[in-house]
Design a protein around this ligand. Sequence first.
Ligand code: DHB
Ligand code: MG
Length: 225
Amino acid sequence: MAEITERVQKLMTHVIDHAETTLLHPPSTLSAAVENTKKHKLPPIAVSPLQGQALAIQAQLIKAKNVLEIGTLGGYSTIWFASTGANVTSIEINPKHRDIALENCAAYRDQVEIVLGAALDVLPILEAEGRKFDLIFMDASWDEQWKYFEWGMKLVRKGGCLFVDNVVRSILEDEEEGKGPAVQETLLQKVGRTPGVTASLVPMVAPHRQTVDELFDGYLIAVVD
Ligand code: DHB
Ligand code: MG
């Protein structure tokens, strides 16, 4: 196991972290946002630069005009999405996080709306308002991923896409807590038996890599008929 950890760390340093600095074209306000988020001691659990860039590219590929995020934190992925020119509606439960995210997204004030509240309270309101989104990124409570996904199916436009972050670690964590596939269906199984959706899993080396259990993660990507 130590050998695997060492190998992965080498890979991170020489290939993946290097890619971050050479390949990416980050939005200009991103580094100030990262600093501000650190200064206010928000949890260091935003998506990685590579994942942020991948999400932004996928938003551009489907010409997303309206993006919904479930879970804002400091607005890191919000900035990536807004940098594509899309409007972003982001739901955040924590008032402190919402305030920092508003500071971080100030340059995109005309495009970014941060709604304070619990996602499962806010999502029905968005539906009642008749809102539709081209892309929905779900990155909040791991225990509610399936409920978010069901709301996502209602709120996404035909041909739009849904992302769920941290699916691999969520499944592993459930398994460790005795709630594995033998006891309850995983998100992947639930999505797999849902008509009208085609999904895959994008495995990755986790960006917050302190321990071996946290080394790998992955997010679900789905397109809805
Ligand atoms: C963690 C990572 C995430 O991407 C997230 O949304 C929540 C928690 C973590 O590493 O603990
Ligand atoms: Mg996440």
